[in-house]
Design a protein around this ligand. Structure first.
Ligand SMILES: *Cc1c(COP(=O)(O)O)cnc(C)c1O
Length: 515
């Protein structure tokens, strides 16, 4: 072993040492002490409107509690410092965890086989469609190239189908938000002999349980196709229904939704692809680890044999701590919470889709289009105004433009749901004041939301409302609105313009040029 004094930082050939400047941005050269670094990180955290301050009612995204006990194990080096290609005999514990989690997911969904390799729901979709493609190719269906996708589908569905070499044909939805049976029958007839798959989300992104799902699956099977059920909305199913039993052949799950892995901001995800027996031979595998999948598989879908393996302890702990009864109860409470929000809001905002019994699944879409027509108030205005209350916005204009999709999840207690409902009712009253001509839209708190501290404390003030109403919309105190006020850090921006006109906040490109 070398003595410390003999270890040089340039004990490599000098022509390899870097001469050019690097990391020139001030962010890399400002915080030199641990104290300064700590405060910088705290500043960033304070700007964040995250689950540790408020519910994030993003429909289709299932932003639920990431419990501390679930999160703790991923800080242990036994999980976090394990190399993805470490030899099997050194990774027995992780492998046992992977195999137990796999068994539990199979038991929950009613399928037969699963691969935890995909790093995202969309990767799981691609893997699942690839399994269908390869199964068809090996069973006399190589000419089948059509993937039917209802108009309510998540955008990733169509992208995955195209990546797997299929052509997308859109199936219409009826006025109740369900896949239109006449249209799906017409499309099956039109593309007779060419149907490879149907990709359907259950419950749909319209927030309803399609009653005809069994018939829809049967019609596709009769036409010689395979059924892909997008399982990202499994939070409405766990313990109550099993896609592997009601007619689907393959699904992906989102462990970073239903099974508690934190998400948003581009963190690592896990999108297991899970299938019935006949598709099992076509699930992902890995040339460097024969235990990662079937020898007959298509090869790897992501770089590592078991994908984002280091975060699997989160989902493992969640399922282990909840148990079967606990998971079922979570689903029931998630559905109950969504229906409570819908019932409380339905007189102020029309609910776009409900089932035959007037109920919804685990998320509800409120329709803002008439409100926009009557008052000019848009989904953006409502979403931004919610920030003044300290709420993260619901999902905007997906899957239907001009609507808001709210998914409370089982993690929110009645007080947080009531706080949200009260905020939405106060916003409804603000909209009414505009409709009645008491306040001009352009001068309204809705149009000028969200309100930053700087905006509110300016000397000039010519709005149609007081500064107090800007900061504290209720004029009263909902929850901790006054004592725990969250001040948005950026006021209204033109989101669409920004998306189309990217501005780089880094050093100019010229600073990066090699000279
Ligand atoms: C989130 C979601 C997906 C995609 O999952 P990613 O992990 O974001 O790729 C697909 N379908 C539905 C219905 C979803 O909600």
């Amino acid at each position: 072993m070398k003595k410390a004094t003999e270890i040089s930082h340039d004990n490599f050939s000098s022509d390899l040492s870097r001469k050019s400047a690097f990391l020139q941005h001030p962010i890399f050269n400002t915080y030199h002490s641990e104290t300064a670094m700590l405060r910088y990180l705290r500043t960033l955290a304070d700007r964040d409107l995250a689950l540790d301050r408020t519910m994030i009612p993003l429909g289709s995204c299932t932003m639920k509690l990431n419990a501390t006990t679930e999160m703790e194990p991923i800080t242990w080096p036994e999980f976090s410092a394990l190399h993805p290609f470490a030899p099997a005999e050194q990774t027995q514990g992780s492998r046992r965890l992977i195999s137990q989690l796999s068994d539990w997911l199979v038991a929950i969904t009613g399928y037969d086989a699963v691969s935890l390799q995909p790093n995202a729901g969309s990767q799981g979709e691609f893997a699942g469609l690839l399994a269908i493609r390869n199964y068809l190719n090996n069973n006399g269906g190589s000419e089948r190239d059509i993937c039917l996708i209802p108009s309510s589908a998540h955008g990733t569905n169509a992208a995955s189908a195209v990546m797997a070499g299929m052509k997308v044909v859109v199936v219409e939805c009826d006025e109740m938000g369900n896949v239109s049976l006449p249209d799906i029958r017409a499309k099956i007839a039109e593309y007779s002999g060419r149907i490879a798959a149907l990709m359907v989300t259950y419950p749909s992104t319209h927030g309803v349980f399609e009653e005809a799902i069994g018939d829809i699956c049967a019609a596709i099977h009769d036409a010689g196709g395979q059924v892909y059920v997008d399982g990202a909305n499994l939070n409405a199913l766990v313990g109550l229904a099993q896609p592997g039993k009601f007619g689907a052949d393959v699904s992906h799950l989102n462990l970073h939704k239903t099974f508690c892995i934190p998400h948003g901001g581009g963190g690592p995800g896990v999108g297991p692809v899970i299938a019935r027996k006949h598709l099992a031979p076509y699930l992902p595998n890995h040339p460097l680890d024969p235990s990662a999948g079937p020898a007959s598989g298509p090869g790897p879908i992501s770089a590592a044999p078991f994908g984002s393996a280091s975060i699997l302890p989160i989902s493992w702990s969640y399922i282990r701590m909840m148990g079967g009864d606990g998971l079922t109860r979570a689903t029931q409470v998630a559905i109950l919470s969504a229906n409570y929000v819908a019932q409380q809001l339905k007189n102020d905002y029309p609910i776009l889709y409900t089932g035959r019994n007037g109920l919804i699944a685990h998320e509800c879409i409120i329709d803002i289009r008439e409100i926009t027509k009557d008052s000019g108030v848009t989904v953006d205005d409502i979403a931004k105004r919610l920030m003044d209350f300290g709420f993260h916005a619901p999902t905007m204009s997906f899957p239907v433009a001009g609507t808001l999709m709210i998914e409370p999840t089982e993690s929110e207690d009645i007080h947080e749901l009531d706080r949200f409902i009260e905020a939405m009712k106060i916003i409804a009253a603000e909209i009414a004041a505009i409709t009645e001509g008491k306040v001009a839209l352009e001068k309204s708190a809705l149009r000028n939301a969200p309100h930053t501290a700087e905006d509110l404390l300016r000397t000039e003030w010519d709005r149609g409302y007081s500064r107090e109403i800007g900061a504290f919309p209720a004029g009263s105190n909902i929850g901790l609105m006054r004592s725990g006020k969250y001040f948005p850090t950026v006021s209204r921006i033109d989101g669409a313009y920004g998306d189309r006109n990217l501005v780089c906040a880094c050093e100019p490109i010229s600073a990066l040029a090699i000279n």
